[in-house]
Design a protein around this ligand. Structure first.
Ligand code: SF4
Length: 352
């Protein structure tokens, strides 16, 4: 530790001179990089939060086709937005993007503001997203720090401490602002993110191919993975749930969720807990057919899936054919439960 404390933090300009040509030569050809449209950048940055690039690309393409402008999204009903987002998860992002688009129309006549304060004042746009839109689309000298940048900067500069805690968080944003203070802030911001995404991985970083390897404190110390020094996360709690797949022929009973997690999206009847209490509603004998584990940020849901036949009118929601669900606002958990129940049903059919 004492030895590493003596290693000098590299000069920001020297690192930038390595990163910029590396980024120009090695940047992945992502569709949103082909346009400098602030709306396209905004959508990509929101989708990329907590989601992998390969997953985002088809969603981004479909979303931009359906909502090519901020006004197109602002004018759309929420159901349409959630339907296009369906399967991407973290639906709060879609709702906030929708609210942000409406605010651009209401406050700025449909023109995305070209200044960081105006961007940050929009619903769902924090420092990171304002930094991304501002620097990439408008060339503003505004910084951004996401998980990739946090890892790259703590390693390059040997920054100790928990980046989620205020002192290092502030230091990271100040350092990122020094990086962004140059003629092409969008390129340097993206090069820091790209290095983290493709070379400076959380485990086994590929230091030998890194353009800044001889400047990097963590590599010179010999243990890059020690950065960032995160304090352990709060434990994820395990929750027991039950789900009911109630069928009427090929249709299943779904209803708008009253759970905050999937507010107003379509779920099968679900209840927390375990036990043999009868299900409310027009369903007779039920059989347990599968177990599903669904992991959220703060909870691991262990869901016992039951199946039964409907024997009357459903009191809430409606009956949906499976094909119709492909185009509906259905969260991943519903799809997982139905797939588990279908798998069981499929096996039973095959056995018949
Ligand atoms: S040298 Fe290694 S640890 Fe340092 S920035 Fe490059 S990839 Fe990351």
């Amino acid at each position: 530790m004492q030895e590493s404390a003596r290693l000098k933090s590299p000069d920001v300009d020297a690192v930038s001179e390595r990163l910029l040509p590396w980024f120009a030569a090695n940047a992945r050809a992502l569709p949103w990089r082909a346009v400098r449209d602030p709306w396209a950048v905004w959508v990509s940055e929101v989708m990329l939060q907590q989601t992998r690039v390969e997953t985002v690309i088809p969603y981004w393409n479909r979303f931009l086709q359906r909502f090519p402008t901020v006004t197109a999204l602002a004018d759309a009903p929420e159901d349409d937005v959630l339907t296009l987002w369906s399967g991407l998860g973290y639906y709060r992002r879609a709702r906030l993007l929708h609210a942000g688009a409406k605010a651009v129309v209401a406050r700025h006549g449909g023109v995305i503001p070209r200044d960081a304060d105006g961007l940050r004042a929009l619903p769902g746009v924090g420092d990171y997203t304002a930094g991304a839109i501002g620097s990439i689309a408008f060339g503003l000298r505004v910084p951004l720090v996401d998980g990739n940048v946090e890892r790259v900067l703590t390693r390059l500069h040997g920054l100790r401490g928990d980046p989620r805690a205020a002192p290092l968080k502030k230091q990271l944003w100040t350092l990122a602002a020094r990086y962004a203070d140059r003629p092409d802030p969008g390129a340097i911001n993206q090069s820091l993110m790209e290095l983290g995404a493709t070379v400076c991985a959380p485990t086994s970083p590929r230091c030998l191919t890194c353009p800044a390897r001889d400047l990097c404190v963590a590599r010179r110390e010999g243990d890059p993975e020690r950065y960032p020094e995160k304090a352990p996360r709060a434990t994820v709690r395990t929750e027991a749930w039950q789900a009911l797949v109630a069928r009427d022929g090929d249709r299943v009973w779904l209803m708008p969720s009253t759970l905050g997690r999937w507010q107003s999206m379509l779920l099968v009847p679900m209840r927390e807990g375990s036990g043999d209490a009868p299900w409310e509603g027009p369903v007779g004998r039920v059989t347990k057919v599968a177990d599903v584990v669904h992991v959220l940020t703060h909870a691991r849901m262990e869901i016992a899936v039951y199946e039964g036949r409907l024997a009357g009118e459903v009191p809430r929601g409606g009956l949906y054919a499976r094909e119709a669900l492909d185009a509906a606002a259905v969260p991943k958990v519903t799809r997982a439960i139905l797939a588990a129940a279908d798998g069981d049903e499929g096996q039973r059919r095959r056995r018949r």
